[in-house]
Design a protein around this ligand. Structure first.
Ligand code: ADP
Ligand code: MG
Length: 355
């Protein structure tokens, strides 16, 4: 089942929650809708599910033969952030629920339901938990039951709205890897909503970045991360340092260093900003080709070391992340002056900020 989203618009009163959304989610794909809170992710998901109707535009479902098909009640699997399981039912009964409430003529037999529930509990690695009650499970286990319950009805597609939002960081990480593996096994077309960029980048095949009800960029995790189309996307996908400068002969000139910027060669003398991830700021001891900066703080975060620096020329604060080995070799101390080299940057000019 592929999902074609065509020209969707949706307002609440005078507030435009979604404008001109166009997007196709391919058969078997796991797409992440990523954006800050209030950007329209849940609204779009609810429109896909048919729980909300758009003001204009349409959602078209195509089956594997590329025929359009209607989605009937009970063909969508849903998992929400707080998908409360039925407290008075054990895990088996929770997962079986959607099948047991079917009309008699389409309800599977008792034996079939039992087999289905067991295979699903096995899939979510909870096969020994069928007689437990939700209160006897951890948060992560409960979300896995919620997933098994959503899958029990053999939905045409699966919609997940911040399914791990309420869980702590470690469990979130485990579950996100687990969802990826599950998806690789069952290949059900899925749309996954999250405001967590790391989650979106790690789990999905395609990332759709929403900003104030509009699509800002669509691409593979690699594309959106390494070729962010706008300063917004760059910023949203991770920590960033901004280095202000001007374009000169196809380079952005920042203080006493240059950053290649061939795309902007025609914009001689335009104001430019180089966006640089902290691990692309290299700290050097020698002053050749480096921006002088004073070390303010050094935080060791286990595998990496985060160094806060203050540029000598502009007073701007810069963050650099380096590996422990490199840090030890440099033997850095707060108060010292070092030199910064920009290993990799994305340069934006004024026009890029008005997209
Ligand atoms: P997200 O899931 O990205 O956080 P939502 O889709 O829930 O965002 O909401 C997008 C915007 O639309 C928000 O500003 C929200 O307040 C508004 N909104 C959502 N649902 C309604 C509603 N039923 N009535 C009025 N405003 C709504
Ligand atoms: Mg939401």
């Amino acid at each position: 089942m592929s999902i074609e989203i065509k020209n969707i618009n949706k307002s609440f009163g005078s507030f435009e929650a979604l404008s001109n959304i166009n997007l196709t989610i391919k058969h078997g794909e796991l797409a992440a809708l990523l954006g800050p809170s209030g950007s329209g992710k849940t609204t779009l998901l609810r429109i896909i599910a048919g729980l909300e109707s758009p003001d204009s535009g349409e959602i078209i479902f195509h089956d594997e033969m590329a025929n359009t098909s209607k989605i009937k009640n009970g063909e969508v699997g849903f998992v929400f952030q707080h998908y409360a399981l039925f407290r008075h039912m054990n895990i088996f009964e929770n997962v079986a629920f959607g099948l047991k409430v079917r009309k008699r003529n389409i309800r599977p037999s008792k034996a079939e339901i039992e087999e289905k529930v067991h295979s699903l509990l096995k899939l979510v690695q909870l096969d020994n938990f069928q007689y437990r009650y939700p209160s006897e499970l951890s948060g992560g286990q409960r979300q896995r039951v919620a997933l098994a319950r959503a899958l029990a009805i053999e939905p045409k597609f699966l919609l997940l709205d911040e399914p791990f939002g309420a869980l702590d960081a470690k469990v979130r990480k485990e579950l996100r890897n687990w969802v990826r593996r599950l998806h690789d096994e069952i290949h059900i077309t899925s749309v996954f909503v999250t405001h967590d960029q790391e989650e979106a980048l790690e789990v999905s095949d395609t990332v759709v970045i929403l900003r104030s009800g509009k699509i800002e960029q669509i691409g593979s995790p690699d594309e959106v991360y390494n070729k962010p189309k706008s300063p917004f996307v760059f910023n949203f996908l991770g920590d960033v340092n901004l280095f202000h400068g001007r374009i000169h002969e196809g380079k952005a000139v920042i203080g006493n260093v240059d950053v290649e910027s061939p795309d902007h060669a025609a914009l001689e003398n335009s104001a430019a900003v180089a966006y640089v991830r902290p691990y692309d700021v290299e700290i050097l001891r020698s002053k050749d080709q480096g921006i002088a900066a004073e070390i303010q703080y050094i935080h060791s975060t286990g595998r990496n070391v985060r160094v806060e620096l203050k540029r000598k020329d502009t007073g701007t604060l810069i963050e650099s992340v380096l590996e422990q080995e490199n840090y030890k070799a440099l033997n850095l101390l707060p108060g010292e002056t070092v030199y910064l080299r920009i290993k990799k940057a994305t340069v934006y000019v004024d026009d890029d900020f008005s997209i």
